[in-house]
Design a protein around this ligand. Structure first.
Ligand SMILES: CC(C)(COP(=O)(O)OP(=O)(O)OC[C@H]1O[C@@H](n2cnc3c(N)ncnc32)[C@H](O)[C@@H]1OP(=O)(O)O)[C@@H](O)C(=O)NCCC(=O)NCCS
Length: 183
Protein backbone atom coordinates (compact mmCIF):
# COMPACT_ATOMS: atom_id res chain seq x y z
CA UNK A 1 0.00 0.00 0.00
CA UNK A 2 1.38 3.45 -0.91
CA UNK A 3 1.60 5.67 2.14
CA UNK A 4 1.64 9.43 2.27
CA UNK A 5 0.79 11.63 5.25
CA UNK A 6 -1.64 14.48 4.71
CA UNK A 7 0.28 17.74 4.61
CA UNK A 8 -0.61 21.45 4.76
CA UNK A 9 1.14 23.77 2.28
CA UNK A 10 0.95 27.55 1.94
CA UNK A 11 0.66 28.74 -1.66
CA UNK A 12 2.57 31.75 -2.96
CA UNK A 13 -0.76 33.60 -2.84
CA UNK A 14 -1.04 32.98 0.92
CA UNK A 15 -3.85 30.41 0.90
CA UNK A 16 -3.22 27.18 2.75
CA UNK A 17 -4.10 23.95 1.00
CA UNK A 18 -4.05 20.37 2.21
CA UNK A 19 -2.53 17.64 0.07
CA UNK A 20 -3.60 14.10 0.89
CA UNK A 21 -4.35 10.74 -0.68
CA UNK A 22 -7.80 10.21 -2.16
CA UNK A 23 -10.24 8.13 -0.14
CA UNK A 24 -13.38 6.28 -1.14
CA UNK A 25 -15.71 9.07 -0.04
CA UNK A 26 -13.93 11.55 -2.36
CA UNK A 27 -15.36 9.68 -5.36
CA UNK A 28 -18.23 12.07 -6.18
CA UNK A 29 -16.21 15.26 -5.74
CA UNK A 30 -13.27 13.88 -7.70
CA UNK A 31 -15.57 12.82 -10.54
CA UNK A 32 -17.10 16.30 -10.58
CA UNK A 33 -13.69 17.98 -10.80
CA UNK A 34 -12.44 15.62 -13.50
CA UNK A 35 -15.63 16.15 -15.51
CA UNK A 36 -15.23 19.93 -15.37
CA UNK A 37 -11.59 19.80 -16.55
CA UNK A 38 -12.38 17.35 -19.36
CA UNK A 39 -15.30 19.58 -20.39
CA UNK A 40 -12.77 22.33 -21.20
CA UNK A 41 -11.99 19.98 -24.06
CA UNK A 42 -8.61 21.22 -25.19
CA UNK A 43 -5.76 19.24 -23.66
CA UNK A 44 -7.17 15.85 -22.73
CA UNK A 45 -7.26 12.67 -24.78
CA UNK A 46 -10.59 11.77 -23.18
CA UNK A 47 -13.64 13.55 -24.61
CA UNK A 48 -16.52 14.45 -22.24
CA UNK A 49 -18.79 11.82 -23.83
CA UNK A 50 -16.10 9.18 -23.22
CA UNK A 51 -15.87 9.91 -19.51
CA UNK A 52 -18.71 7.90 -18.03
CA UNK A 53 -17.35 6.57 -14.76
CA UNK A 54 -19.98 6.14 -12.05
CA UNK A 55 -19.35 7.10 -8.42
CA UNK A 56 -19.17 3.38 -7.60
CA UNK A 57 -16.50 2.78 -10.27
CA UNK A 58 -14.54 5.81 -9.11
CA UNK A 59 -14.73 4.56 -5.54
CA UNK A 60 -13.43 1.12 -6.59
CA UNK A 61 -10.59 2.73 -8.57
CA UNK A 62 -9.59 4.84 -5.55
CA UNK A 63 -9.70 1.72 -3.38
CA UNK A 64 -7.52 -0.29 -5.80
CA UNK A 65 -4.97 2.53 -6.02
CA UNK A 66 -4.87 2.85 -2.23
CA UNK A 67 -3.99 -0.85 -1.95
CA UNK A 68 -1.13 -0.64 -4.46
CA UNK A 69 2.48 0.09 -3.41
CA UNK A 70 3.31 2.01 -6.59
CA UNK A 71 0.17 3.97 -7.34
CA UNK A 72 -1.06 7.19 -5.80
CA UNK A 73 -3.91 9.67 -6.19
CA UNK A 74 -2.99 12.99 -4.57
CA UNK A 75 -5.69 15.56 -3.91
CA UNK A 76 -5.24 19.27 -3.23
CA UNK A 77 -8.04 20.55 -1.03
CA UNK A 78 -9.04 23.89 0.39
CA UNK A 79 -11.88 24.33 2.90
CA UNK A 80 -13.14 20.85 2.00
CA UNK A 81 -13.20 21.50 -1.76
CA UNK A 82 -11.02 19.44 -4.12
CA UNK A 83 -9.15 21.90 -6.34
CA UNK A 84 -6.48 19.67 -7.85
CA UNK A 85 -5.52 16.06 -8.38
CA UNK A 86 -2.50 14.06 -9.48
CA UNK A 87 -2.78 10.42 -10.49
CA UNK A 88 0.37 8.31 -10.62
CA UNK A 89 0.82 4.67 -11.57
CA UNK A 90 4.09 2.75 -11.52
CA UNK A 91 5.09 0.16 -14.12
CA UNK A 92 3.72 -3.34 -13.56
CA UNK A 93 6.27 -5.51 -15.34
CA UNK A 94 9.46 -6.23 -13.38
CA UNK A 95 11.63 -4.46 -15.95
CA UNK A 96 9.45 -1.35 -15.74
CA UNK A 97 8.90 -1.18 -12.02
CA UNK A 98 11.42 1.66 -11.67
CA UNK A 99 9.22 3.81 -13.95
CA UNK A 100 5.80 5.39 -13.65
CA UNK A 101 3.46 7.87 -15.31
CA UNK A 102 1.44 10.76 -14.02
CA UNK A 103 -1.53 12.83 -15.07
CA UNK A 104 -2.73 15.93 -13.26
CA UNK A 105 -5.25 18.73 -13.31
CA UNK A 106 -6.15 21.80 -11.31
CA UNK A 107 -9.61 23.37 -11.25
CA UNK A 108 -9.73 26.27 -13.70
CA UNK A 109 -10.32 29.04 -11.15
CA UNK A 110 -7.35 27.80 -9.06
CA UNK A 111 -4.68 27.74 -11.75
CA UNK A 112 -1.43 29.73 -11.76
CA UNK A 113 -1.34 29.95 -7.98
CA UNK A 114 1.14 27.13 -7.48
CA UNK A 115 -1.26 24.22 -6.80
CA UNK A 116 0.13 22.14 -9.70
CA UNK A 117 3.71 22.80 -8.57
CA UNK A 118 2.89 21.67 -5.04
CA UNK A 119 1.24 18.43 -6.22
CA UNK A 120 4.18 17.67 -8.51
CA UNK A 121 6.81 18.43 -5.83
CA UNK A 122 5.04 16.14 -3.36
CA UNK A 123 4.80 13.33 -5.92
CA UNK A 124 8.52 13.68 -6.74
CA UNK A 125 9.45 13.62 -3.06
CA UNK A 126 7.33 10.52 -2.49
CA UNK A 127 8.83 8.85 -5.59
CA UNK A 128 12.40 9.64 -4.51
CA UNK A 129 11.76 7.85 -1.19
CA UNK A 130 10.13 4.88 -2.92
CA UNK A 131 12.27 1.72 -2.91
CA UNK A 132 11.83 1.01 -6.63
CA UNK A 133 10.90 4.19 -8.50
CA UNK A 134 13.68 5.93 -10.43
CA UNK A 135 12.04 7.51 -13.49
CA UNK A 136 8.80 9.50 -13.71
CA UNK A 137 7.19 10.17 -17.09
CA UNK A 138 4.19 11.92 -18.57
CA UNK A 139 2.63 12.81 -21.89
CA UNK A 140 1.41 16.28 -22.76
CA UNK A 141 -0.14 17.93 -25.82
CA UNK A 142 2.56 19.90 -27.68
CA UNK A 143 0.44 23.07 -27.53
CA UNK A 144 -0.19 22.88 -23.76
CA UNK A 145 2.37 25.58 -22.99
CA UNK A 146 1.33 26.12 -19.38
CA UNK A 147 1.66 22.43 -18.47
CA UNK A 148 4.97 22.06 -20.36
CA UNK A 149 6.29 25.15 -18.53
CA UNK A 150 5.32 23.61 -15.19
CA UNK A 151 6.95 20.25 -16.02
CA UNK A 152 10.18 21.87 -17.26
CA UNK A 153 10.36 23.92 -14.09
CA UNK A 154 10.00 20.69 -12.10
CA UNK A 155 12.98 19.16 -13.93
CA UNK A 156 11.22 17.13 -16.63
CA UNK A 157 12.94 16.91 -20.00
CA UNK A 158 11.49 16.00 -23.39
CA UNK A 159 12.40 12.45 -24.40
CA UNK A 160 10.04 11.91 -27.29
CA UNK A 161 7.56 13.43 -29.67
CA UNK A 162 4.71 11.43 -31.19
CA UNK A 163 3.98 13.37 -34.35
CA UNK A 164 0.31 14.00 -35.26
CA UNK A 165 -0.65 11.56 -32.54
CA UNK A 166 -3.86 13.34 -31.58
CA UNK A 167 -6.59 14.07 -34.10
CA UNK A 168 -8.90 16.87 -33.05
CA UNK A 169 -12.57 17.12 -34.02
CA UNK A 170 -11.87 19.79 -36.64
CA UNK A 171 -9.47 17.42 -38.43
CA UNK A 172 -6.31 19.14 -37.21
CA UNK A 173 -3.52 17.16 -35.55
CA UNK A 174 -1.50 17.74 -32.39
CA UNK A 175 1.81 16.16 -31.41
CA UNK A 176 2.14 14.41 -28.06
CA UNK A 177 5.31 15.19 -26.09
CA UNK A 178 6.80 12.58 -23.75
CA UNK A 179 8.62 14.11 -20.79
CA UNK A 180 10.52 12.35 -18.01
CA UNK A 181 12.73 13.02 -15.05
CA UNK A 182 14.84 10.81 -12.83
CA UNK A 183 14.40 10.79 -9.08
C1 LIG B 1 -1.27 22.11 -16.08
C2 LIG B 1 -1.90 22.48 -14.75
C3 LIG B 1 -2.07 21.21 -13.95
C4 LIG B 1 -0.96 23.44 -13.99
O1 LIG B 1 -1.47 23.68 -12.71
P1 LIG B 1 -1.28 25.11 -12.00
O2 LIG B 1 -1.75 24.97 -10.61
O3 LIG B 1 -1.89 26.17 -12.82
O4 LIG B 1 0.30 25.24 -12.05
P2 LIG B 1 1.21 26.21 -11.15
O5 LIG B 1 0.50 27.45 -10.83
O6 LIG B 1 1.82 25.45 -10.03
O7 LIG B 1 2.42 26.42 -12.14
C5 LIG B 1 2.36 27.25 -13.13
C6 LIG B 1 3.74 27.16 -13.73
O8 LIG B 1 3.54 26.70 -15.04
C7 LIG B 1 4.30 27.48 -15.90
N1 LIG B 1 3.39 28.17 -16.80
C8 LIG B 1 2.10 28.50 -16.63
N2 LIG B 1 1.60 29.05 -17.74
C9 LIG B 1 2.60 29.08 -18.63
C10 LIG B 1 2.74 29.49 -19.99
N3 LIG B 1 1.70 30.02 -20.66
N4 LIG B 1 3.93 29.33 -20.59
C11 LIG B 1 4.98 28.79 -19.92
N5 LIG B 1 4.89 28.37 -18.64
C12 LIG B 1 3.74 28.51 -18.02
C13 LIG B 1 5.14 28.42 -15.10
O9 LIG B 1 6.39 27.80 -14.87
C14 LIG B 1 4.38 28.52 -13.80
O10 LIG B 1 5.22 28.70 -12.72
P3 LIG B 1 5.41 30.19 -12.15
O11 LIG B 1 4.04 30.67 -11.78
O12 LIG B 1 6.28 30.01 -10.96
O13 LIG B 1 6.03 30.96 -13.25
C15 LIG B 1 -3.24 23.22 -14.94
O14 LIG B 1 -3.04 24.31 -15.80
C16 LIG B 1 -4.35 22.35 -15.53
O15 LIG B 1 -5.01 21.63 -14.81
N6 LIG B 1 -4.58 22.45 -16.83
C17 LIG B 1 -5.66 21.70 -17.48
C18 LIG B 1 -5.40 20.22 -17.48
C19 LIG B 1 -4.06 19.92 -18.07
O16 LIG B 1 -3.66 20.50 -19.09
N7 LIG B 1 -3.37 18.99 -17.44
C20 LIG B 1 -2.08 18.54 -17.88
C21 LIG B 1 -2.23 17.42 -18.83
S1 LIG B 1 -0.63 16.78 -19.26
Amino acid sequence: MATFDSTAVRLKTGEEITVRCAEGNDAEALLEMTRSVIAEGRHHLTKPEEFNATAEEEKNWIHQVSQSPNRLILLAEIRGEIIGMLDFHGGEKKRLRHTGSLGMSVQKNWRNRGVGSVLLAILLKWASNHPELRKICLEVFADNEGAIGLYRKAGFRTEGRLVHHVRMEDGSYTDLIQMCRFV
